[in-house]
Design a protein around this ligand. Structure first.
Ligand code: WTA
Length: 648
């Protein structure tokens, strides 16, 4: 880890929303009197009925309850659209850049965003969707994805986006899990020059769902679709629909969306975010963390299927009246200069991406960057996983030419927005550190065994947050008990993040990675339990254990130990079949990178799999296996070491 620091230039600080002195002043105020601080900043969005209460929170196990601005009413879509119309109806809200550079980009104004969102809202209403109903969105990165989100928000429906890379099985489970009335999908999703048949995937998913679930199909490519009784042509219906739809008056604590995310145990859980606090937090962080100014062009390369797309492509920027770029493609298509060409073409000022993309592009050489004019860039951001100093330095020097502050934003699906991050005009950065907390956020480091808070400045342990912030998730959909158990039971009185963390002598935070059985593959969260349950669902698999291991590009790769049924021969063919099997059960992002045939798994005498040992072997670090004396059959370990797949 590098301890070189990069202070913001005097020039940048002078023009920034927040400089170092202001950060300290505001941070102190936010901690000393959270109600006063957030009461003031709650006014950054438009309320129909203003709130009188600011914060009402308990982190006490058995009584966990999180409420912000609870007696206020608002409409999130009206905040992202209507309130801007008086001054910026003709300003571009969304620049849509298609997968192929040969197809024309779209510049969608706030007025057009209004009209299309209302059309989509009216189509949903005609299908019988009303306040509180769930709508699953399974769309590529096309403008309709933003219209669909905002249309749900406008009529008070709760959206649940399923990343278009997930398989029919995963989609079906999420449709059923949220008891959705409607699915919105598209015929096909072009990505990197290839097409995914989303409509066929949706058809396959819906085989396992109630017949009453309706399927609204957007035309993207015009490619093949077979139509069934439950299908509706979204494009045609929108064309015929009215461009007016009055926004519903919603309570601040009414759910805005559900987003499924992986945890350390069981199947993914539905993270619930509500309306008022979430929007205040997403919009404030978007403005301050990227130092967004009027007229800037802002681009977050995430997908709306992940939380980053929710908060930092759609809700945060649009609530601020920004111009936000939405990109359908991938960084390496047609070649490794695509990101930089899009930056040049649209004169992007703030650029926000994931370390895995940077590592992949860095490996292609600098010429792809250098041939593009990146002189409009002002701020560079990263998210999703720890960034290695090498990638950080490349981002800083080659992309930013040493002139653009880098904001390494640490946060989670659960947190709604950034919790620890530099502010570009205020914070001296250190490559690999997410630096210091955002306003109102109180990170603490606890001793993992005793659960006691470590007060020394220099500390290492598990990362918890001491008090609530407005963007915090409120519950797990349909399972408040699971919410309390996952986040509030291990360390009483704190929100437990699942991350390990180090605090250095300057009080800077360095995320060391997950301390639970969640792995982070190319910035995508994956529960090892999910991959294991997919593997054991295969008829020839008796048992499986999945762990992460360090991967040069992806950050972490998926390493699966598989024990086959008695008498089944391990073959290359079977290995391929299992890879394909997991792709079908979950999606391509869950495909194991390495599969090791394991005649047995190391278990304690009570039958518990010793993952610590499996992780070490997968890391090719078996010299430090630790205590293996409690193993039922120590000999299985020797076999696993001998046949390990990752030999550094
Ligand atoms: C990891 C993505 C280090 C972390 C917004 C967290 C990071 C998990 C960073 C959440 C970062 C995210 N530095 N690690 N800047 N950002 N993480 O829910 O382990 O998909 O717990 O949210 O990603 O992933 P999620």
């Amino acid at each position: 880890m590098s301890d070189t620091t990069y202070p913001p230039s005097a020039d940048f600080a002078a023009n920034a929303h927040i400089d170092a002195a202001k950060y300290t002043e505001m941070y102190d105020a936010s901690i000393n009197d959270p109600a006063a601080f957030w009461g003031e900043h709650g006014k950054r969005i438009d309320w129909i009925k203003p709130f009188t209460k600011v914060k009402d929170v308990s982190f006490e196990l058995g009584k966990v309850s999180i409420n912000w601005y609870s007696d206020g009413t608002l409409n999130v879509a009206a905040n992202c659209i209507d309130r801007h119309l008086a001054t910026r109806a003709n300003q571009t809200a969304i620049i849509w850049e298609p997968d192929s550079p040969d197809e024309e980009a779209l510049h969608i104004t706030y007025q057009e965003l209004h009209d299309n969102t209302c059309r989509m809202a009216n189509v949903l209403k005609d299908l019988g969707v009303t306040r509180g109903d769930r709508v699953v969105i399974y769309l590529p990165m096309i403008p309709e994805a933003a219209y669909a989100m905002l249309a749900c928000a406008r009529i008070g429906a709760i959206h649940s986006i399923v990343f278009a890379g997930f398989s029919p099985d995963a989609l079906g489970a999420r449709i059923n899990g949220s008891d959705a009335k409607v699915v919105i999908t598209a015929d096909e999703a072009p990505r990197g020059g290839r097409k995914t048949a989303l409509k066929s995937n949706t058809d396959a998913a819906l085989l396992h769902c109630d017949d009453r679930v309706k399927n609204l199909v957007v035309k993207r490519t015009g490619g093949q679709t077979t139509w069934t009784e439950r299908d509706y042509d979204c494009t045609a219906l929108m064309a015929a629909a009215s461009t007016e739809c009055a926004p519903e008056e919603m309570g601040a604590e009414d759910p805005l969306f559900i987003l499924y995310t992986s945890g350390s145990t069981g199947q993914p859980k539905g993270v619930v975010h509500t309306s008022g606090g979430y929007l205040v937090y997403a919009s404030m962080t978007q403005e301050l963390v990227f130092d967004y100014h009027e007229g800037d062009i802002y681009w977050c390369t995430a997908d709306v299927g992940w939380v980053t797309g929710h908060s930092y492509i759609v809700y945060g920027p649009l609530a601020n009246g920004a111009t936000t770029v939405m990109f359908e493609g991938v960084p390496t298509y047609p070649d490794a200069s695509r990101f930089w060409q899009v930056c040049e073409k649209h004169k992007v000022n703030q650029f926000y991406t994931a370390p895995t993309a940077l590592r992949a592009l860095m490996g292609q050489g600098n010429s792809f960057v250098e041939k593009c004019d990146l002189s409009d860039l002002k701020v560079l951001g990263t998210v999703g996983e720890p960034i290695n100093p090498e990638a950080w330095n490349w981002y800083n020097e080659v992309v930013g030419k040493g002139n653009c502050p880098i904001v390494d934003t640490w946060w989670q699906t659960e947190t709604g927005g950034h919790l620890m991050t530099p502010l570009p005009g205020a914070t001296a950065t250190k490559p690999g550190s997410c630096t210091t907390p955002f306003f109102g956020v109180q990170p603490v480091i606890l001793d993992p065994t005793s659960g006691v808070e470590i007060h020394d400045t220099e500390a290492e342990g598990v990362l918890c947050i001491k008090d609530s912030w407005p963007g915090q998730m409120r519950t797990v959909y349909g399972d408040h008990e699971r919410f309390e158990k996952t986040y509030f039971s291990d360390y009483k009185g704190y929100y437990f993040t699942g991350d390990g963390c180090r605090r250095d002598a300057d009080g800077y935070y360095w995320i060391t990675g997950r301390v639970d059985d969640v792995i982070n593959v190319s910035g995508h969260r994956m529960g090892t339990a999910e991959v294991e349950s997919a593997l054991v669902a295969h008829a020839q698999v008796a048992e499986a254990a999945v762990v992460g291991y360090p991967h040069d590009i992806k950050g972490q790769g998926i390493y699966a130990y598989v024990t086959l049924m008695n008498g089944v021969e391990p073959t290359e063919e079977l290995r391929k079949e299992l890879e394909k099997w997991v792709r079908t059960e979950i999606g391509p992002i869950a495909k194991p990178d390495l599969i090791q045939w394991a005649p047995g798994l190391p278990k304690t005498r009570s039958g518990k799999i010793m993952r610590r040992i499996l992780r070490k072997i997968a890391e090719d670090d078996f010299g430090a296996l630790g205590d293996t004396s409690t193993l039922a059959e120590p000999a299985v370990v020797d076999d696993l070491i001998e046949n390990r797949m990752n030999r550094g």
